[in-house]
Structure formats: structure tokens, C-alpha cells
Design a protein around this ligand. Structure first.
Ligand SMILES: [Zn+2]
Length: 169
């Protein structure tokens, strides 16, 4: 019996994940097997890794790489996580500062335009993060993953920068 070996491509990131039944998120577009791996990674960040600085990027990269389908909540979610990726990766702000600026963006009126997700979701996924051997490798892979996701959305960088500026003004 090898039915537990069945795998499937995640509808969001395309990673090969266990073809399980299970909970998913109401608007983050992830397959159950991928959602479970994400939960395991978050558990490690909250636990043995002691809430690392890279946690902000983990949450942002995962949400952006699993945009789901256009709805008010998914549009806002993808929009603010893209704004956060912009601030951390392009402007070099801290996680706390990025979180504060997400708050500003939400109060200023969060993004209401659906950005067509890229057909190529980027070369790294949560599965690469899950395979990290220790905290240092984890932080390094999260950073590379977030950069690959940000780069995948390059066609929309100009409008994301505009959103970030509008929120900060
Ligand atoms: Zn996925």
C-alpha cells in the first residue's frame, strides 16, 4: 500500500505536495498538502527558531505565491503582502517597520485592483524552506524564496511602489 505516497502539484506555488485532504485557507489559494507544510514551517518559526526576523518574509512570500482567485479579500491580501515584500526587499526596512506600513496601507484604503498573477510562480517554494537543516539555512532560504517571488511579480512592481508611496504619505 503506497496510497500515502500520492502527490499533487499545489494550485498556487506548483510544488509537489502530498495529495491529502485537509483544511485550506478561505482565500489563500493553496492545496491542502501545501497548506499543511506551511503550518509546519510556521510552527518551527514560532517554536524552535524563536520567531525569527525572516518570519515577515515567510508570511508575505507564501500569501503572494498563493494568490487564489480574485475577490475583495484576496485582492487586499495579495496587495498588502506585495507592499511588505517591496519594503523589506527593496527598501531594506525591518519586519516590524514593514508590518507597521502594512497597517498604514490598510487604513489608507488597501489595494482594490487585482494584479494578474505571473504564470511562473518562482523557482523556490515552501517545500524548499521546509527542508532547511537549521535556523541559519532557514533564514537564507526564506530570503531567496521571497526574492524569487518578488521577481516573479516584476511586471507589477511599478504599481506596487505607487501603492507603497500612497500608503506612506
Ligand atoms: Zn503551494
Amino acid at each position: 500500500m503506497h496510497s500515502d505516497d500520492a502527490s499533487t502539484s499545489c494550485v498556487g506555488c506548483g510544488a509537489l505536495v502530498p495529495a491529502t485532504e485537509g483544511p485550506t485557507h478561505p482565500y489563500i489559494g493553496a492545496s491542502p498538502g501545501c497548506w499543511r507544510i506551511y503550518g509546519d514551517v510556521l510552527g518551527r518559526e514560532y517554536g524552535e527558531y524563536g520567531y525569527p526576523e525572516c518570519h515577515r518574509l515567510t508570511v508575505d512570500a507564501y500569501a503572494v505565491q498563493h494568490p487564489g482567485v480574485a475577490s475583495r479579500r484576496s485582492i487586499q491580501s495579495v496587495g498588502v503582502h506585495l507592499i511588505s515584500l517591496y519594503y523589506v526587499l527593496e527598501r531594506g526596512v525591518t519586519s516590524d517597520e514593514a508590518t507597521r506600513r502594512i497597517g498604514l496601507a490598510v487604513r489608507a484604503g488597501p489595494p482594490s485592483i487585482w494584479l494578474q498573477p505571473p504564470t511562473d510562480p518562482g523557482r523556490l517554494t515552501i517545500c524548499d524552506v521546509a527542508n532547511a537543516a537549521d535556523a541559519d539555512a532557514h533564514a537564507r532560504i526564506v530570503r531567496a524564496w521571497a526574492e524569487s517571488v518578488w521577481e516573479a511579480w516584476r511586471d507589477h512592481h511599478a504599481i506596487i511602489r505607487t501603492w507603497a508611496r500612497d500608503a506612506a504619505s
